[in-house]
Every structure is written in structure tokens, then in C-alpha cells.
Design a protein around this ligand. Sequence first.
Ligand code: MG
Ligand code: MG
Length: 272
Amino acid sequence: MSVMQTIEQLIAEDRGNRGIAALVQPGHLQGAAQALTGAAGVVIVSGFYIPRAGAGETDGPPGAKAIGDALRLLGIEVAYLTDAPNLPLFQALEAEPLYTDWEALQAEWRPTHLLAIERVGRARDGRYYNMRGEDISAHTGPLDAPFLEAPSRGMTTIGIGDGGNEIGMGRVLALVEAHVPQGALIACTVPTDHLIVCGVSNWGAYGLVGALSSLTERELLPSAQEARDAVERIVAAGAVDGQTHRCEATVDQLPLSDSLDILERIRALVAG
Ligand code: MG
Ligand code: MG
């Protein structure tokens, strides 16, 4: 098995028992990494707000920053796009330039690629749902709209998700409806050219950066300390675990050590 295939399997480990195995698209990790090596400017979209907790979650923004840092090392321009409720998390990560409005972003530059990680996209009824099937539309900006425009404007799109309701999952809509609890309600209808399905979305980001490292023969992964700091900094800014809703440094109900273990296994695979 190739390094890419091994990483693809590793990040899809379903420790949360979400039944995502059926959604995995073999080869898409490599396809996404290859597409990014040809990018000039990438917009990274993330941030999943938990209305009940009044805060954004710990899965997503740390992965977004890891990808952005890696792309910059490759000389690729990066901008971040989120909505107002998630702004404090991106500020805590010093993720810049940072926009909350797609029109404002486009007034300043033209991306070649759009990447969404752990960012909800519209369901069949046009509303936005969390994994529990709660309608969170009132707290969610339409950051999936750029992905719908992308094909007609020649932009390549990448989605990273772990539950079926995230931007990109429209690519496997029927599978989400068949395999994910409440899939018929929550499934995101917005597809991406490349779709990385993973057990935890931050793991998908580490996997993508590992794939980029392997392709370019550059060390692009965050250190364990940087990965830990990213989660701890957003928790200090109010982020909560998306499952437990507690303001602590866990991700999808898993201790941070699980994420760091995945990161180090990816690093070892890339180093060969
Ligand atoms: Mg998710
Ligand atoms: Mg998650």
C-alpha cells in the first residue's frame, strides 16, 4: 500500500463510531494534495458554531491553520473565511488575512482553490443542520455559496468532513443518506471536486498536510507542540468540544493525545 493510501486509511479511523467508512473516497486525499500543489491562492473555510454552547467547536480551525501554514511554506497565498460567531477562534490562531464576507474577500483577491474543513453546508431543504439534527441556520453564514459558484468560475474545490453535514459531502449525498444517522435530514448537498472523509476533521487536515509533504518532499506538518497549542489557544478563546460542549481541549469527545498520536503516525509514514 502506498504512503497516501495508508494515510487515507489512518485518518478515516472511526473512533467515534459514526459509520463514516462507507463515505470514504479512495484516492481523493492524493487528488486533493496534487490539486493544491498547482494552486496560486487558496481560501480556507472553517468554523462550526454550537448554539447551545454559544461558541465554536475545537474541530476545524486548528486543521485549517495547519493547512494554511503548510501552503504558505510552499509559496501559495492563503486567506481564511469564517462567520462572525467563529471569529474569536481564528483570531486566537492568528489566522490572517481573515474575512467574514465572501464579497469583501473577492474585492481583494481571486482564489484559484477553495477548501472547506468542518464547515456545515446546506441540506436538501436549504437549511443547515448539526449532527443532532438541530437547525442551526440562524447562526450560520452562507459560506457554502462560493463552493456552488466554483465550477462555473474555474475554481477547484476540496472538502474535509467527518459527519456528512459538511461542505463537500454533496459528492456522496446518497451514501450519507443511507449510512449516517438522520442522514436524510442533515446531509450536505454541496459537493467538492475532492472529498476527504475522516474520523475527526482535524485529522483530515493533518493527513492532507502529510500528503503534501510526501508529494513535495518537504516537512510541512505542524510539530506536536504547535498542534497542541492550536487547540489550547482556541479553547482559551471560548471554543468547546463539539460533542461534549465542554470548554476543554478535547476534540469530538476524544482526548488531545488521540489527535497527536494520529499526527505522529502521519509524520512517521511521510518520513518513511
Ligand atoms: Mg463534523
Ligand atoms: Mg468533527
